[in-house]
Design a protein. Structure first.
Length: 437
């Protein structure tokens, strides 16, 4: 299991290095590269990896009950009385006390579990299920990071597209201002037309400043989502449009089966059930094989009265009789925790059903919105071209041209927002379905 973690870390590091090299070569960042960079060195995923590794160590700890337990005991005692029984017992030496107990003794104590009515096996099963739950929790953390990266990526794509629209708008309005001023100097247009053109230019400048600020903010958000401490200068590419959303029933079924956070809760529920079984078995007898290997290199006793080396072994049957109702309380506590976990799974399923329905409807609405938004942009572009031609021929006023310019800019931005919103809604739906991992 540790080898698998090391291999995954190595692959993630290679992916990060390849992504950086490709980014430096191409000069633009794709969504897949951004996700790979986040997988490679986002601190939240590193925390989840370490927690998953820690849960594997808990499995080894639980399985250690099947193996022999050996401890070394050493004691030095000086006494002229046979009442020093604790010192002799601590050293594990001798069955009968000598008349003079001054000695130094050392020994090895061995204990091997033989049977405990399934308590250890239940604890091992519970730890294994918790380890699997940690793996699914790691997958859930990865899905959350991928959603953050995807949303930040599309936000930056939108900011870049809006910035391009703002730059084109400013260029067109600056050109229009020059033309109006030239016509006004020739006496063909009034000072009012120049004033309107200057207002339009100022409005375009404000739009450009806002677009630059939005792009810088989106770049900072994406850098943080990828796990970078320092902001980097990069551009992003537009991704292909996802296909239309499928049926709601299929999305719900897939979410209930694939959501890693729901799988985590289900595994934790099974682990709680096994732990409750283990706590129930704690009140039953436990059978162990015990043994002592003792050596007393020096003792203040008569020569050959007691051997300096001996071996003691036997079977120990540990039967709980009364422990102040602690065993009953532990069993009841484990049962209550299992029942709480069961209700938690039900609550999570209900929340997932709600989230999938909401995300599916939002994606469906965003898909339907793209068509009228694109049509509105085409009509606004057509109206702007006609208004510009009419104004240049002197058939309309500056007010009509100004309104057409505003409609064209607004239509271009709405079309971009509708396209990006659908991509973001599809990403959210994939996350709710457990596919964004």
């Amino acid at each position: 299991m540790k080898t698998a973690f090391l291999q995954r870390a190595r692959l993630m590091l290679l992916a990060w290095a390849a992504g950086v090299a490709e980014l430096a070569h191409a000069g633009a960042l794709t969504l897949k590269q951004a996700q790979d960079l986040a997988r490679a060195h986002h601190p939240h995923l590193q925390v989840a990896d370490l927690q998953a590794q820690a849960s594997q160590e808990a499995v080894i700890q639980a399985k250690s009950a099947y193996l022999p337990h050996i401890t070394q005991q050493t004691v030095g005692a000086i006494s002229n009385s046979s009442k020093n029984a604790p010192a002799r017992l601590a050293a594990g030496y001798g069955l009968a006390p000598p008349p003079v107990a001054s000695r130094t003794a050392t020994g090895l104590f061995m204990k091997q579990l033989l049977y405990d009515f399934g308590r250890t096996s239940s604890l091992v099963a519970s730890s294994e299920l918790n380890a699997k739950a940690s793996e699914e929790n790691r997958a859930a953390s990865e899905a959350q990071i991928m959603l953050l990266v995807t949303a930040a990526y599309y936000q930056m794509v939108q900011a870049q597209a809006v910035l391009n629209v703002a730059e084109e708008t400013l260029a067109k309005r600056e050109l229009n201002l020059k033309q109006v001023k030239a016509l006004a100097e020739s006496g063909l247009k009034s000072a009012l037309d120049v004033s309107f053109a200057e207002v339009n230019q100022s409005d375009a400048q404000m739009l450009l400043l806002k677009a630059k600020n939005d792009l810088a903010s989106a770049r900072a958000v994406l850098s943080t989502a990828m796990g970078n401490r320092e902001e980097e200068s990069f551009e992003v590419r537009e991704e292909p449009m996802p296909p239309p959303v499928g049926k709601l029933e299929a999305a719900i079924s897939e979410a209930l089966y694939q959501r890693p956070d729901l799988r985590t809760l289900r595994l934790q529920l099974q682990a709680a059930e096994k732990f409750a079984e283990a706590e129930k078995a704690a009140a039953r007898p436990k059978i162990e094989l015990v043994g002592d290997i003792n050596y007393m290199p020096w003792a203040n006793i008569k020569p050959d009265a007691y051997p300096k080396f001996n071996v003691i072994g036997g079977v120990l049957i540990d039967v709980p009789v009364f422990e102040g109702f602690a065993l009953e309380a532990r069993e009841n506590k484990a049962k209550k925790e299992y029942q709480a976990a069961a209700h938690g799974v039900t609550d999570a399923e209900n929340n997932i059903l709600r989230d999938v329905r909401v995300s599916w409807m939002a994606a469906k609405t965003a898909f339907e919105r793209m068509t009228p938004a694109h049509q509105q942009f085409l009509e606004a572009n057509k109206s702007f071209q006609l208004a510009q031609s009419r104004y240049q021929m002197g058939l309309s006023s500056i007010v009509e041209l100004t309104q057409a310019q505003l409609n064209f800019t607004r239509g271009a931005i709405d079309e971009i927002e509708a396209r990006i919103e659908y991509q973001m809604r599809c990403a959210e739906l994939d996350y709710q379905m457990g596919k964004l991992r």
